[in-house]
Design a protein around this ligand. Structure first.
Ligand SMILES: [Zn+2]
Length: 290
């Protein structure tokens, strides 16, 4: 499931690769995934892409008039490719962009001059594919009311939002009872964290995923905030190096505990525990997570 670090890489890279280009064609080979009409999709042609951004687990393509919001859910993936590369199976949406005069000024520093950036005079496509069709693509023509579930006032601050200070964190967490793993995954508490990074953050904080928030001491609450920030920052640094140009690939092998059940804990050597339900797993270390 794409989470904040995965989507941060995609949005920063796509902003660098695509902003300033006009859409020459849009198609929906997987129309069940798209919320909107064929006419609304066609109307994106000719519009200039202004900005690609992320909020929580939502990716927004803001064009000069209309916008597209994608919630990739469990299995949605983005590919950046030239049209000559075959469109992968289960592709739900293809956005084809034309040349541009120059890259936009507002791009992330790590993307500047990157070898994977398509040439400004090249035609380039974004393909969104989703084998389970659980994710959704929302077409939002300006002036149209089309609710995007979860992408509203209820969405919490992003986990990497500088405004989510330690004080703000202490204040917010007080209002959320329950176990720590579902707490971190609750997008109304903090946005952008899912199944994998919640395991990693709790391991970094030395906290058991099944602990109740109400059992945390004040310093443990503070440690959880610190662990969240450092875990996500480190992941973003790794993914910037390893994900491009295959943005559709989820890189997870660098993780400390998630999906590492049975392997030794990198901190204390205890065999990592894992419980699975359906497609999800919770992994933690009984040796050093209390
Ligand atoms: Zn351990």
């Amino acid at each position: 499931m794409p989470e904040l670090p995965d989507l941060a890489i995609v949005t920063e890279a796509f902003q660098a690769a695509l902003a300033g280009r006009s859409l020459v064609a849009a198609s929906a080979p997987g129309p069940l995934t798209v919320r909107g009409t064929p006419a609304e999709l066609t109307a994106f042609a000719g519009q200039r892409l202004e900005r690609v951004s992320r909020r929580g687990k939502f990716v927004t393509f803001q064009f000069d008039r209309d916008r597209i919001v994608v919630n990739a859910m469990l299995t949605g993936r983005f590919q950046l490719a030239v049209p000559a590369v075959n469109v992968p199976s289960s592709t739900a949406l293809v956005l084809r962009f034309g040349p541009r005069a120059a890259p936009p000024p507002d791009v992330a520093r790590w993307t500047r001059g990157a070898a994977w950036l398509p040439a400004d005079d090249a035609v380039v496509e974004v393909r969104y594919r989703d084998p389970t069709q659980m994710g959704k693509v929302y077409l939002i023509p300006t002036g149209t009311e089309r609710p995007v579930p979860g992408f509203d006032e209820s969405l919490a601050p992003d986990a990497d939002d500088p405004k989510l200070t330690l004080d703000a964190w202490r204040d917010r967490i007080r209002r959320h009872p329950g176990e720590l793993k579902p707490l971190l995954r609750n997008q109304q508490f903090v946005a952008g964290i899912g199944n994998a990074y919640s395991d990693e953050i709790l391991h970094a904080a030395r906290l058991n995923p099944f602990r109740k928030r109400s059992s945390l001491a004040a310093e443990e609450i503070d440690e959880l905030h610190r662990a969240m920030r450092t875990t996500l920052e480190r992941a973003v640094a790794v993914l910037r190096k390893r994900v491009p140009p295959t943005f559709e690939t989820e890189v997870r092998d660098f993780m400390a505990v998630h999906r590492k059940g049975g392997e030794p804990c990198p901190r204390c050597g205890t065999r990592i525990s894992e419980v699975s339900s359906r497609s999800e797993a919770t992994s933690w270390c009984r040796g050093c997570q209390r």
